[in-house]
Write a protein that binds this ligand. Sequence first.
Ligand SMILES: Cc1ncc(COP(=O)(O)O)c(C=O)c1O
Length: 449
Amino acid sequence: MQNVINNAEKMIHAEREQFIQLHPQSLALSQRANQHFLYGVPMHWMNDWGTPAPLFIAHASGNHFTCADNIDYTDFCLGDTGAMFGHSPPAVAQAIKNQASKGFTAMLPSTLAPNVGETLSNFFGLDVWQLATTATDANRFVLRWARAVTGRKKVLVFDGCYHGTVDDAMVDIVGKKNINRHSLLGQVQDLTQHSTAVPFNDLAAVERELASGEFAALLTEPALTNCGMVLPNDGFIQGLRALCTRYGTLLILDETHTISSARGGWAKANKITPDFLVVGKPIAGGLPAAAYGFSSNMAARMKAAKDRAPSGHSGIGTTLSGNMMTLRAIHATLTETATESTYQHMLALAVLLEHALTDVIKTHNLAWNITRLGARLELQFCATSPKNAAEARGAQNDSIESAMHLYLLNRGVLLTPFHNMMLVCPATTQADSDKLVRVFNECLKELTS
Ligand SMILES: Cc1ncc(COP(=O)(O)O)c(C=O)c1O
């Protein structure tokens, strides 16, 4: 492994030089943007990709995009799931076009609203819905509802989780202690007062906490997808469901990424009914939109909580959520784009890709693995899939990761930054998949030479 790391460090140097040669326009745009955007980018973290300058996109369609230097890329990042159904899916683009001359936002529902509610209910299998603009907001709102409904303050999450910039979920286990996530900026509250993290796949640890009767909610993804990928052990999520019911804690499943599992998400496919289901990113084909669903029974509890509260600001909701444009885009995405046949294509191709990448890893005698969740694949630098975030962190290697991402990017293949995620979308073809496998093989040849 040390040989691979040494080669990776040399590779990073060479590939950064290569990026600079290939991308004069992106470099020029970066210099210009630097004058009026912090770090030269609309969002500061867009500067963290590990490239000498951000890659500026000229246009994107399906699973390809062209950068400012007119280079074509095969996109396996897909906006880290926002574009999971491809860039500008035709049905969504048409729906937006149709709505564009009929109003964007009015603080009132459009006539399409009842259809969107029915569509969400049919798609995910929960009765009642509310919209938000981002999955972060949806999670935040659900936690507010959960506390209001139960009258409890605490939230249980899993070490290594990410649910957007939701402060309540930003606690980590370090040693044996819970602490605020080290990297948070400007957070002055001690988050551990009301949030507790336990290891994923550890039902005993969950029960030890929930038994206190203090927890309003347990917030989790069905699989951890943001610290590498950690799949649930058989029966783990079922176990969470049972424990939450036993101790009066509400189970919130955040399916923002695990919507890659199957049409309707992981919970529906596995016949688990959470108390709240949160979903964001791709549900409006890549336009900002998120939703949370719950049962009719929960809706009654939420209304009762609202009735108990004094009138005025609830602390839940934003002005632009559920606007007319978004409603149109959600409807087109869920009824015309995220169809059964779409998912069949994505899942079948992802299985083939998993096998092909695994074969390449074996050819080079590396103790690495590919973990797959439906259309989503993660390369991890460990022999078998990790069981919790500590194991996933232990398998990370910044040098190898940076080298590999840069090598692939310079050869027209984009992986998801900050870990090694590859997502297959409806437009991804066998040829695209073959290209990834070929370039990955060439990269490993150099890394292991
Ligand atoms: C599981 C999960 N939930 C929520 C979010 C937040 O999404 P957004 O950044 O669109 O608010 C993310 C973002 O990566 C996520 O991975």
